[in-house]
Design a protein around this ligand. Structure first.
Ligand code: NAD
Length: 337
């Protein structure tokens, strides 16, 4: 069994903890929290061992009646690998602690690419990270774009990608974020950071990205144009994407007209936290104009990186091939349902 520690039990960390626990070859050693709040209580209710991320705050847990199994350093020492899902920047600060205990760690997309040995997307570069000490599972948007680029690149060759990312203002629980009533070019000047971030996975890819922020919390939406090196018809591209793991090509008859309906479907299907781990690509949007491919896809920012973290654990530890790992992850999480 692979013993996994989770440092940072927020939006991403709590989802990764559940996904790791569902795997037949992994066990969660415990999760580290900075303070006793509703997420700490959730961890307790789910029988995860809780470790204190900050020594001075241990009394706060005692006051809240929450038992601790130890300090974060003990968690790191006991784990074969740590998934660090702390807020942006803190993962890089934690790197020294992971090195001290010789425990490999996965950081998340909010960290700088130069803080790690490699950036990771299961579909695109699974085989390149074995034995690395620090690996960054790229952000939700970069994951969504990489899942699209990899098969298109292999099947048709790519001359250029141009994508406009319409980004949610914040996650549903981030009440302080916005905009509340505006549409913001963000950043105003090109490129947005997403293109260079995709280049951490595909160094030679020619890609331009633009970003907007809108008053929404449910999902991001990408308007994608890929100039291909050949001219497949739209039906062929659609079938290619339908055959991929972690891409859900939305059939027209489902009547999913936006993120709200997609989230409703996820709730109806009983998905945990109404998560949508797959890229949601509108089938009827897949169009070819000469060698230009166009499509729209929606990306659930809170969950598409979760199966990627699970695969990154096996990839770093050399525990399974890409296909074995992705299949095992998807089956254990219920990705095909
Ligand atoms: P979050 O704020 O929801 O969760 C972070 C958790 O870490 C919180 O519970 C916080 O209390 C805790 N924490 C803070 N300092 C800590 C410390 N020193 N030690 C241990 N825990 C600490 O953040 P998130 O949205 O889960 O983001 C985590 C990382 O994942 C970031 O790099 C982010 O960029 C990336 N990411 C986020 C999303 C998203 O949409 N939420 C998507 C993909 C990637």
């Amino acid at each position: 069994m692979i013993e996994v520690g989770i440092n940072g039990y927020g939006t991403i960390g709590k989802r990764v903890a559940d996904a790791v626990r569902a795997q037949p070859d992994m066990e969660v050693v415990g999760v580290a929290k900075t303070r006793p709040n509703f997420e700490a209580q959730t961890a307790v209710d789910k029988d995860f061992e809780l470790y204190a991320a900050i020594e001075d705050r241990k009394p706060q847990f005692a006051e809240a009646g929450i038992d601790l199994a130890g300090d974060v350093e003990e968690l790191v020492e006991e784990s074969d690998i740590v998934v660090d899902a702390c807020p942006s920047g803190i993962g890089a600060d934690n790197a020294e602690m992971y090195r001290k205990y010789d425990t490999p760690a996965l950081l998340q997309g909010g960290e700088d690419a130069d803080a790690v040995d490699a950036s990771f997307n299961a579909r695109s570069n699974y085989d390149t990270v074995e034995g690395d000490d620090l690996v960054r599972v790229v952000s939700c948007n970069t994951t969504g774009l990489s899942r699209l680029v990899a098969p298109l690149q292999e099947a048709y060759g790519i001359e250029k990608v141009r994508t406009t990312l319409v980004r949610r203002g914040g996650d549903p629980a981030q009440s302080g974020r916005g905009p509340i009533n505006d549409i913001l070019p963000n950043p105003v000047s090109l490129p947005s950071h997403h293109g260079p971030d995709v280049n951490t996975i595909f160094p030679d890819l020619n890609i331009d990205t633009l970003g907007l922020k809108v008053p929404a919390t449910l999902m991001h939406t990408h308007s994608v144009n890929v100039t291909l090196e050949s001219e497949p018809d739209a039906a062929e591209v659609r079938s290619l994407l339908e055959d991929e793991r972690r891409t859900f090509v939305i059939p027209e008859w489902l009547g999913l007209d936006g993120a709200g309906a997609i989230k409703e479907l996820a709730q109806d299907a009983g998905r945990p936290r109404a998560d949508i781990w797959e890229n949601c690509i509108w089938g009827e949007s897949i169009s070819m104009e000469g060698d230009d491919l166009y499509l729209f896809q929606a990306i659930h920012q809170e969950s598409d990186v979760v199966p990627e973290n699970v695969d990154a654990i096996r990839a770093v530890l050399g525990e399974a091939s890409q296909e074995e790992s992705m299949a095992r992850t998807d089956e254990a999480m219920g990705l095909d349902t």
